[in-house]
Design a protein around this ligand. Structure first.
Ligand code: MTE
Ligand code: MO
Length: 158
């Protein structure tokens, strides 16, 4: 299992229930390019998308949801900040958990159930404890390893 020790693709994981600190701002980094510090208030100025019927399937703690998550699609985030081509994005949380997203996935999921940087849950602002700002990959219903809470940094690599 080549990915067993990759922190961006762990084979299994015991979920962390509590955020490491309160500040929900995150760094958006384009490798060999600019960096921005982005807050939930910044995300609120971008187009908003809601995706219903999302499940958080924790193999240890059972399934929660369905939830309606709201926020900014990765597509809309990129369109607002940069236009360099990119191949993969590394989404890393403030507690050192992470996941990778490939550009093809964003293209494939552009239609009905896009990948979100979620700031809202069931129509209300998400609390920090609930994961603000949380990546939601609606198509992932295996083990919640892609549902990254407390995003600290997103790096786009070409
Ligand atoms: N930042 C961060 N995100 C994370 C985790 C974590 O430990 N840290 N655990 C993942 C796993 S394995 C699960 S099952 C879910 C748990 O989500 P919940 O706390 O909303 O139930 O969060 C995922 N996202
Ligand atoms: Mo999990």
């Amino acid at each position: 299992m080549e990915n067993d020790h990759d922190p961006l693709h762990p084979a299994s994981h015991e979920p962390n229930p509590a955020p490491p600190f309160a500040d929900p701002s995150l760094h958006l980094v384009v490798s060999d390019g600019p960096t921005w510090l982005i807050t939930p208030a910044d995300l609120a100025t971008l187009p908003q998308t809601a995706v219903d019927n999302c499940l958080i399937v924790s193999t240890g703690h059972g399934t929660s949801g369905p939830f309606t998550f709201g926020g900014v699609t990765l597509d809309d985030l990129i369109a607002a900040y940069f236009d360099e081509p990119w191949r993969e994005a590394e989404i890393v949380s403030a507690d050192g958990f992470g996941n990778r997203v490939f550009a093809e996935e964003v293209v494939n999921e552009r239609s009905a159930r896009p990948i979100l940087l979620a700031t809202h849950i069931d129509g209300r602002p998400m609390s920090r404890r609930e994961g603000l700002v949380r990546m939601i990959v609606p198509s992932e219903v295996d083990d919640a390893l892609r549902q990254v809470k407390w995003i600290g940094r997103i790096t786009f690599n070409s």
